[in-house]
Design a binder for this molecule. Structure first.
Ligand code: COA
Length: 162
């Protein structure tokens, strides 16, 4: 398994895995498949490019043997405020059902956080729905702290210092 940052020309592969993720796990993400499927090629290209270049955003992929499409996706976006923030949000984390429980997600996040350390990120946070026990367990095992929801029944904030 290879874990690496997306390349600027990989918008189609990015679109494919992101749509698969939204279809497979509608409850896990804020974005909806029904909206994502309507996006223009240019919008996917712009997002892939932003994830491929610079020090504020990265999209990482897990890629298996051969010419198969990527099997894992994760992104980190630096907070827009304050400028030069050392905090970022981990989003879009998804691994194909076939590759779960095999350390793929762990490898993917480890590579993304290595990149983040190199770019001066100090804290990474995310939000997980309370029903997503598997993701919560996964993040806790990876050293994330899980906080109580801000509103009753709301998403659980999680964070980790790098
Ligand atoms: C979240 C995700 C990336 C984690 O990857 P993974 O390969 O499934 O993670 P792992 O199998 O390494 O770890 C999951 C842990 O949850 C446990 N687990 C499995 N099913 C569970 C469940 N229903 N409830 C609680 N824990 C569960 C596993 O046993 C494992 O814990 P362990 O290491 O103590 O045994 C993957 O499950 C996924 O893509 N889920 C759908 C999308 C998603 O929820 N993304 C996160 C959005 S915040």
């Amino acid at each position: 398994m290879i874990f690496r940052r997306i390349l600027p020309g990989e918008a189609l592969a990015y679109r494919e895995i992101r749509l698969r993720a939204l279809q497979d796990s509608p409850g896990a993400f804020l974005a909806r498949y029904e909206d994502a499927i309507l996006r223009t090629p240019e919008s996917w290209e712009a997002q892939a490019e932003q994830g491929a270049e610079g020090s504020d955003r990265a999209i990482f992929l897990a890629i298996g043997e051969g010419a198969e499409p990527p099997v894992g996706l994760a992104a980190l976006y630096r907070d827009a405020e304050p400028p030069g923030s050392t905090t970022g949000e981990l989003i879009q984390v998804w691994v194909t059902p076939e590759q779960r429980g095999k350390g793929v997600a762990e490898g993917l996040i480890a590579h993304l956080l290595d990149w983040a350390r190199g770019q001066g990120f100090i804290v990474v946070r995310a939000e997980v729905t309370p029903e997503n026990g598997r993701a919560l367990r996964f993040y806790q095992r990876g050293g994330f702290t899980v906080e109580p929801p801000i509103e009753p029944g709301g998403d659980l904030p999680i964070w980790k210092e790098l």
